[in-house]
Ligand binder design. Structure first.
Ligand SMILES: *[C@@H]1O[C@H](CO)[C@@H](O)[C@H](O)[C@H]1NC(C)=O
Ligand SMILES: *[C@@H]1O[C@H](CO)[C@@H](O)[C@H](O)[C@H]1NC(C)=O
Ligand SMILES: *[C@@H]1O[C@H](CO)[C@@H](O)[C@H](O)[C@H]1NC(C)=O
Ligand SMILES: *[C@@H]1O[C@H](CO)[C@@H](O)[C@H](O)[C@H]1NC(C)=O
Ligand SMILES: *[C@@H]1O[C@H](CO)[C@@H](O)[C@H](O)[C@H]1NC(C)=O
Ligand SMILES: *[C@@H]1O[C@H](CO)[C@@H](O)[C@H](O)[C@H]1NC(C)=O
Ligand SMILES: *[C@@H]1O[C@H](CO)[C@@H](O)[C@H](O)[C@H]1NC(C)=O
Ligand SMILES: *[C@@H]1O[C@H](CO)[C@@H](O)[C@H](O)[C@H]1NC(C)=O
Length: 479
């Protein structure tokens, strides 16, 4: 062992003995030849730094891509959880291929993946515990066992202050195993997500490459104070349900500088579904998304729903780019969902090769069961888009509200859309109301022109925007 943080803290109450022990330990390292783990010092940005450190190899980790490290992760994190109330701990995953099943995080904890560290998700189903289904979903979706759900690869519940970051290390979900079973209807249980944190706060997920999740990649649920930044998320564009980042019944979320190529929505903001989501009643709110680049030919850059029964409000989306993507910021809902989508602000979209620029869908059914209330109508209101440039577009807009439940206060300003000429009717609007200004081609009659109007975008900051990263250190050597 050659890392100082853990040693110095272990001995911090016994300084004299500490120094002596340290000398003895160093002596023994020299005596035994090569230390088990040798890493250079480095620093990295994080919401909180840690007093204690360890390396996965200290706990028997083997980075050959074949040996299971499920036990190593488990014993490392169990061991480091003793420092939760003593300055916290960071677990370093060094270069190598670390095969593992699902493991759980702890509070005041950082998982750091070095460059060339790859966490490989096991394809052995016995390495994935089953969890009770999420209360706001009521049912698992992929399979016949509907009251259980496979735990995610990296899971945490009831935690505070959790950081998953790295120097662009990789987490590979090896999802093809699950996608194939899903396509053949052979799954017994709903597929695992890659990273899922429940009932937690102060979360940072950053500076990593995430590839081939079995299902969704990053799924915080019933959580708050979340930063997701600097992720490269990659899945084949035909892979099933590989959503990038899905804040679900979450408050105060900042999602910045991410690059996502996916078979499903790049980002989907959710809050549970139908009678289950209505009962839990936890909205997703105070969310800012900036500088996203998305490629998703069959899905949205940012979807609001279709699970929105706890409500979605105060979402701010700025400076985003989509290429070869089905739609930009899309609303998906249905009769029976209840809930609301309101106060959505989008400013600055640069789009190229899109099926739809504006798309709202009021009959996105996909009900978990027949137990939904047909009188539970979603309220969709206050949806603002401004400063949009789009090229090579098939339909400018398909805005489809619900009869007797129109989508209202829609505002679109300063949008220039170059059509690709494949379809004659650029706009098709039903059951919607609102205004437009300086939009071409000419919008539908339900959204009449109002001169010199800029659709609103808030000028205040969300609390999460004031969170600054600290510079954290890993020191490998006492010499
Ligand atoms: C785990 O923590 C204890 C101190 O509580 C320490 O003695 C032990 O060496 C640690 N295990 C490993 C593998 O480092
Ligand atoms: C993680 O925690 C959950 C809930 O506490 C538990 O059911 C599950 O078995 C744990 N997973 C692992 C791999 O220990
Ligand atoms: C986690 O938090 C939720 C919501 O506060 C609570 O209902 C649940 O009992 C907690 N679980 C544990 C294991 O503490
Ligand atoms: C991280 O790695 C991915 C995959 O190799 C690469 O595309 C991306 O540019 C890298 N990001 C940074 C910031 O180096
Ligand atoms: C982490 O990602 C951010 C982009 O969100 C980037 O500005 C920063 O340089 C990255 N940090 C490291 C240590 O790679
Ligand atoms: C325009 O979009 C079509 C699909 O509608 C695509 O096949 C074509 O490559 C795009 N052209 C350019 C120049 O991006
Ligand atoms: C209109 O939107 C474009 C981006 O699409 C932006 O560059 C320009 O400044 C906007 N014009 C006004 C008057 O806001
Ligand atoms: C417009 O949308 C409505 C509702 O989805 C649909 O029924 C109708 O066929 C569409 N009209 C055209 C001309 O595509």
């Amino acid at each position: 062992m050659s890392h100082q943080n853990m040693k110095s803290s272990r001995f911090e109450n016994f300084s004299v003995i500490g120094v002596i022990s340290l000398v003895l330990i160093l002596g023994s390292v020299v005596e035994c030849g090569t230390p088990t783990s040798e890493l250079n010092d480095f620093d990295y940005p994080a919401i909180n730094c840690r007093k204690h450190s360890a390396i996965l190899t200290d706990f028997g980790g083997v980075g050959d891509g074949k040996t299971s490290n499920t036990k190593a992760f488990k014993s490392a994190i169990t061991n480091l959880s003793q420092y939760s109330n003593d300055g916290g701990a960071q677990l370093i995953v060094p270069p190598g291929k670390w095969l593992t099943g699902s493991f759980n995080l702890t509070s005041h904890f950082t998982l750091f993946l070095q460059k060339d560290a790859v966490i490989l998700a096991s394809q052995d189903e016995s390495e994935w515990p089953q969890l009770p289904v999420l209360p706001s979903y009521g049912k698992g979706r992929d399979a016949v066992i509907t009251d259980r759900w496979s735990s995610s690869l990296i899971f945490g519940t009831n935690l505070t202050d959790v950081v998953i970051t790295g120097n662009n290390g990789t987490i590979d979900g090896q999802g093809s195993y699950w996608w194939n079973k899903f396509r053949k209807h052979q799954l017994k249980i709903t597929r695992p997500n890659m990273i899922e944190l429940m009932y937690s706060n102060q979360i940072q997920i950053s500076n990593l490459t995430l590839v081939n999740s079995p299902a969704w990649f990053v799924h915080p649920i019933y959580s708050s104070d979340i930063i997701v930044n600097g992720l490269t998320i990659l899945a084949p564009i035909d892979s099933p349900n590989t959503d990038g980042i899905d804040p679900d019944s979450c408050t105060n979320v900042r999602i910045e500088d991410n690059y996502i190529v996916s078979g499903d929505d790049c980002i989907a903001i959710k809050s549970g579904i139908d009678e289950y989501g209505i009962k839990v009643g936890k909205p997703s709110q105070q969310i800012i998304i900036r500088r996203l680049t998305c490629i998703s030919p069959d899905s949205a850059m940012v979807a609001l729903g279709s699970e929105m029964s706890g409500g979605i409000q105060d979402v701010r989306i700025e400076d985003i780019t989509a290429i070869n993507t089905e739609s930009a910021v899309r609303i998906k809902t249905a009769v029976g969902r209840g809930g609301f989508v309101k106060d959505i602000f989008v400013k600055g979209m640069n789009l190229n090769t899109m099926k739809y620029v504006f798309w709202m869908t009021g009959d996105y059914k996909s009900h978990p069961d027949e137990g939904y209330d047909p009188k539970a109508l979603p309220k969709i209101s206050g949806i603002n888009y401004r400063d949009v440039t789009a090229k090579n577009v098939t339909y400018a807009a398909k805005l489809e509200g619900i009869s007797n439940d129109p989508f209202t206060r829609i505002c679109i300003s300063n949008a220039t859309i170059e059509m690709n000429g494949q379809k004659k009717l650029p706009w098709n609007c039903t059951d919607v109301a609102g205004v437009t200004s300086n939009v071409s081609p000419k919008p539908c009659e339900l959204l009449p022109e109002k001169e010199k109007l800029d659709c609103s975008f808030p000028s205040d900051k969300l609390p999460i925007e004031n969170v600054q990263f600290k510079t954290c250190f890993y020191q490998s050597s006492v010499l």
